[in-house]
Design a protein. Structure first.
Length: 133
């Protein structure tokens, strides 16, 4: 699926808008994520921290889990909004790989700077469902 410039802009806007809902009282590093699916829906998520740090959940995984609970198991693009344009962590990259393959990843900061990459650029030599057959 080709992702249009309009869809990319909608993803970036959704990720930055939802970022404000992040629960990040410990790190103060708020993250918003938005995922585009084949039917054009956008699923969003934020990071949710916990005083027991190991129980935190990232924005990207929150969005993926919301997508899956709505019956969708394939994503086509991801946008992530942070204060400084940060990239998804390793765990999120692996979860995105499970549901997306080599999809476009849009990274933006709060000033509107955008960097476009792909999942397999961020996760070279990935391990996915296709390796289990």
């Amino acid at each position: 699926m080709n992702v249009s410039a309009i869809q990319k802009q909608e993803l970036l806007q959704a990720a930055c808008a939802i970022r404000q809902e992040a629960y990040a009282p410990y790190s103060n590093y708020k993250v918003g994520a938005a995922i585009l699916t084949a039917d054009g829906r956008i699923f969003t998520g934020v990071n949710v921290e916990n005083s027991s740090y190991g129980l935190c959940n990232c924005a990207e995984r929150t969005a993926v889990f919301k997508m899956v609970t709505e019956g969708i198991q394939k994503l086509y693009a991801v946008a992530v909004c942070t204060e400084n344009g940060g990239s998804p962590c390793g765990a999120c990259r692996q979860v995105l790989s499970e549901f997306g393959g080599d999809v476009p990843i849009l990274l933006t900061d709060t000033k509107g700077n955008v960097r476009e990459t792909t999942l397999y650029t961020l996760l070279p030599d990935h391990f996915g469902p296709e390796h289990l057959v």
